[in-house]
Write a protein that binds this ligand. Structure first.
Ligand code: C2R
Length: 162
């Protein structure tokens, strides 16, 4: 059963949002993915947000570019945590970032960095939210952290040998 909903404003966001799905695959977390837009398909977006919890989703990750209202509007209609991914745009994603991060008090969106690295972190952050209650995912996260440490140690070795 899907635990994470990965949604994006357009198919043009998929190249970025694929990094989120790659991380969820890495941790063996089931997800569903969909294109929804606060601007272009507002009724579908509200329906998704209103039914997300009863469907069994635990976290929603929403990526959008430009006037990126999708994450915030989803957050307005669900009690699930929403992670917002600013997708790069004609303004290098600054517009997306500010549209997502500057939520009014009371309606939080956990905002990650612009682009693919942010999308990757969104997948890891969702795993950490689930891992707070799920030991199997927590163990996979511990292995991932160890791999990061090993990677840095490998780089140190190369630096000191050069
Ligand atoms: N920001 C939003 C929303 C929304 O916030 O509801 N819906 C689509 N979009 C964004 O418009 C950009 C251009 O979309 P197109 O490539 O389809 O023209 C995409 O980055 C999408 O996320």
């Amino acid at each position: 059963m899907a635990m994470v909903g990965v949604v994006m404003g357009s198919l043009s966001d998929w190249e970025t949002m694929k990094s989120t799905c790659d991380m969820l695959d890495h941790f063996g977390i089931e997800y569903e993915k969909e294109i929804l837009s606060a601007h272009r398909t507002p009724d579908d977006m509200f329906q998704f947000a209103e039914s997300a919890r009863e469907k069994g989703l635990k976290v929603i990750i929403a990526g959008a570019g430009g006037a990126a209202h999708l994450p915030g509007m989803l957050a307005s209609k669900t009690t699930l945590p929403v992670i917002g991914v600013p997708v790069s745009s004609k303004l290098d994603g600054y517009d997306s970032l500010l549209s997502i991060v500057q939520m009014p008090g009371g309606v939080p969106v956990a905002t990650v960095a612009i682009g693919a690295s942010g999308a990757k972190n969104a997948g890891i952050l969702a795993a950490e939210m689930i891992g707070a209650f799920d030991n199997e995912i927590a163990e996979k996260l511990a292995v991932y952290k160890q791999e990061l440490k090993n990677h840095v140690e490998g780089m140190r070795g190369q630096l000191h040998e050069s």
